[in-house]
Design a protein around this ligand. Structure first.
Ligand SMILES: Cc1ncc(COP(=O)(O)O)c(C=O)c1O
Length: 445
């Protein structure tokens, strides 16, 4: 274990050890065991020459928190270790992580491919905001159909984007199939792994180039703050495609390029200094500290989240009022084989189920729960419930909702770490209220 001020990282420990220790620095001069919160805008230069050296990046130390900060750097090292990456950048939210990662790759005139089953906030960011920048997204309807990926490829295509465990439908992709397509097409493959976390899945081990997270969710875990992270796998060869990605191969005044200076870390170096530091979505070191507290118990929480989710999904599947349960951990799920292959430690804990009684039934159940919180958030230790058709997916047309399986009777759960029996009792109570409000259906039981 590292007990000096030498950054941890050379040793290879198990996940549970890494989540507690990777990147830690002990040696702040006071003997503090916990990573201090370095709440400072900037850092002192000892002299004229020291300032010059820091701006030239010569001593690798701190300049200004918009670029980097010692507290944030510990979190970055820890996430790099947990995801099997080469470097990471923390930013103020998941949306900021997606924006920074994609803008480090794309410019006006570029096109990219994304699976359709994505967080709605990501889809509107891609379609509307990126569209205004002249960057065009095209959605893939069937990510298992290699011919569709190939058909939609254009000379201007520059990236492939997907999510690890899409919610609420849990319609998993075959990571290696999509990674194989991206590799063959010479494109980086970016995955939002928010709902999986590195405990359940490490997308970089399955061919992804870059991983992004809303760290506001499971990674922080306690719902107290927002954060985002970009993890670079270091495997995509940016220098091989200077025409497609000129930002990594265009020589600076001294003749060097991002690839020649930073090698496998060229992407993170560029994304940090040219995109994140300029657009400015900084993670407060205070929120980095909260993220670090959450990370220390990640595996314990996610294991429990997944176990509870499977128990609830199994219980829900047995209720006559439930038409379907979209949980890939269930043998009945069309995505179960992919879950067994890619998610052997658990299928996560954010999923939907559809009530036969449509919106009225969903309203009754959602209003009747007492332990579940009615809220748009996920990955919290607390269990949460939401009606996507009237909230997260309300701005879609009815036809688009139908295409994505967002029925009026669909209810989304983010299952927390409370006692399984208490969660089932809460749903059981809500279903008994539903039955008493739907006597005709109750009579068929
Ligand atoms: C899968 C996914 N990605 C990204 C985000 C955006 O994260 P944030 O709210 O931290 O900006 C969310 C938010 O719900 C999400 O569910």
């Amino acid at each position: 274990m590292t007990t000096t001020d030498k950054p941890y990282g050379a040793d290879h420990f198990g996940f549970d050890t890494d989540q507690v220790h990777a990147g830690e620095i002990i040696g702040d001069g006071f003997g503090a065991r916990i990573t201090p919160i370095n709440l400072t805008a900037g850092f002192v230069f000892d002299s004229f020459d020291h300032a010059k050296a820091r701006f030239e990046g010569d001593d690798g130390a701190w300049v200004y928190t918009r670029n980097s900060n010692p507290t944030n750097a510990v979190v970055e090292s820890r996430l790099t270790a947990l995801e099997h990456g080469v470097d990471s950048i923390v930013v103020g939210s998941g949306q900021a992580a997606i924006t920074v990662a994609m803008l480090a790759i794309l410019k006006a005139g570029d096109h990219f491919l994304a699976t359709r089953s994505l967080y709605e906030g990501t889809k509107t960011l891609f379609r509307d905001n990126f569209g205004r920048f002249g960057i065009e997204v095209e959605f893939i309807d069937d990510p298992h159909d290699l011919a569709e990926w190939q058909r939609k490829l254009r000379p201007t295509t520059r990236a492939v984007y997907s999510e690890a465990i899409p919610n609420p439908k849990n319609d998993l992709i075959d990571f290696e199939l999509v990674a194989g397509f991206a590799e063959q097409a010479g494109l980086p493959f970016i995955i939002d792994s928010t709902a999986a976390t590195p405990y359940l899945l490490r997308p970089l081990d399955h061919g992804a180039s870059v991983v992004v997270h809303s760290a506001s969710k499971f990674l922080t875990g306690h719902g107290a703050s927002l954060a985002g992270v970009i993890v670079d796998g270091g495997s995509f060869d940016w220098g091989r495609y200077p025409q497609k990605f000129p930002q990594f191969s265009t020589p600076a005044a001294d003749g060097s390029t991002y690839v020649s200076r930073f090698g496998a870390e060229a992407f993170t170096a560029y994304a940090r200094s040219i995109i994140a530091a300029r657009l400015g979505p900084v993670l407060s070191p205070f929120n980095a500290f909260l993220l670090l507290q959450g990370l220390e118990t990640l595996s314990l929480r996610v294991e429990r989240h997944s176990r509870n989710a499977l128990a609830l999904a199994t219980w829900l599947e047995r209720q006559p009022e439930v038409v379907s349960v979209d949980y890939s951990g269930l043998a009945s799920s069309p995505h179960h084989a992919l879950a067994e292959r890619y998610l052997p430690k658990g299928a996560g804990s954010v999923f939907g189920f559809t009530l036969a009684g449509g919106q009225d039934a969903a309203r009754t159940v959602i209003d009747a729960v007492e332990l579940f919180t009615r809220m748009t958030h996920l990955g919290d230790v607390r269990s949460m419930i939401l009606h996507p058709a009237t909230t997260s997916h309300a701005q879609l047309s009815a036809a688009d909702r139908a295409r994505q399986g967002i029925d009026d009777g669909l209810v989304r759960l983010s299952v927390g770490i409370e006692d399984e029996a208490d969660l089932i009792a809460d749903l059981d109570h809500a279903f008994s209220v539903l039955r008493s409000s739907q006597p005709a259906l109750a009579a068929t039981r």
